[in-house]
Design a protein around this ligand. Structure first.
Ligand SMILES: Nc1ncnc2c1ncn2[C@@H]1O[C@H](COP(=O)(O)OP(=O)(O)O)[C@@H](O)[C@H]1O
Ligand SMILES: [Mg+2]
Length: 280
């Protein structure tokens, strides 16, 4: 049984614009899923349907077997934690500690359990030293971690992250990706994120859905989808830079043609292999 099932979902905004058309997703527990597509593809709209912020115009969304509808929203929102694209939309308490405490107190968690959970979330997001700071004065990367900590404190099964790296500097991107992968691996939390940054997608996804103009164009493992170079290009996406370099070297006859590496570590392996062959 899938943890998240999106079945034939379409969504039309009040002005008559149809942002999603008959979208199907099936996501299992513990998976790392990327929803990939150019601006305006419908990624943020899709994410808002997962926890009932929007209601499908047609079709159904199920989370852990529960239909996403008004009477199930309380339970569903405990299972799905949303990390918004703009952290300022998410942070509204005065200190980081209060930010994390807010959802917990609303869920009637008090006393020692409250303190223990706050400490756990601060540690999990690696922001223990920020606890007494004002969230509004932090850097973009720090704000992202605070938003993540406040969501993690609620112990969700799934983290939904809308363009999680868009506002981060390069070092912030690296460390946030590392943190998300650790959370997925050690806590088994399912990750669903959106992005159009193809350098990042392979570092954080096992499987992906390519969305364009409200429709799923293709889905499959990250390697399967990135092997469809024409489809990427037709949907305003490019190869990861490292894959593009290896593709060019292959076309130049400097490297054997074949599967393209998607990350630096994959490229390192295949280049070492090719160079080893050249030397011997
Ligand atoms: N409130 C709204 N009313 C009408 N159209 C909207 C609204 N919000 C988004 N859209 C449109 O829906 C499409 C998908 O938007 P969105 O889900 O934000 O895409 P993405 O996150 O992939 O960039 C876009 O064309 C956008 O202009
Ligand atoms: Mg968006």
């Amino acid at each position: 049984m899938n943890f998240i099932d999106v079945q034939e979902v379409s969504y039309t905004y009040a002005d008559g614009f149809t942002a999603l058309r008959q979208v199907n997703l099936a996501i299992g527990k513990g998976e790392r899923i990327a929803v990939v597509g150019p601006n305006g593809a419908g990624k943020s709209t899709l994410f808002q349907l997962l926890n009932g912020l929007l209601k499908p115009t047609s079709g159904k969304v199920y989370v852990d077997g529960l239909l996403v509808e008004k009477k199930n929203l309380y339970q569903i929102r405990r299972k799905i934690g949303m990390v918004f694209q703009d952290s300022d939309d998410q942070l509204f308490n005065s200190t980081v500690r209060q930010e994390i405490a807010y959802g917990l107190i609303n869920s009637h968690i008090t006393g020692e359990e409250l303190e223990r959970t706050i400490a756990w979330a601060l540690d999990a997001a690696n922001i223990r030293d920020l606890a007494e700071k004002s969230a509004h004065n932090l850097s973009g990367g720090e704000k992202k971690r605070v938003a993540l900590a406040s969501v993690l404190a609620m112990k969700p099964d799934v983290l939904v992250l809308d363009e999680p790296t868009a506002a981060l500097d390069p070092q912030g991107v690296q460390s946030f990706l590392g943190l998300l992968n650790k959370i997925n691996k050690e806590m088994g939390i399912t990750l669903i994120f959106s992005s159009h940054d193809t350098d990042i997608i392979p570092l954080l996804s096992d499987r992906l859905y390519l969305l364009n103009a409200g429709k799923i164009v293709i889905s499959g493992t990250t390697a399967e989808v990135f092997a469809q170079r024409d489809i990427l290009r037709h949907n305003s996406l490019r190869l990861p830079r490292v894959a593009h370099l290896v593709e060019i070297l292959g076309n130049d006859g400097c490297l054997p043609q074949g599967d393209l590496p998607l990350t630096i570590s994959q490229a390192r392996r295949s280049l070492r292999k090719a160079l080893g062959k050249l030397e011997s």
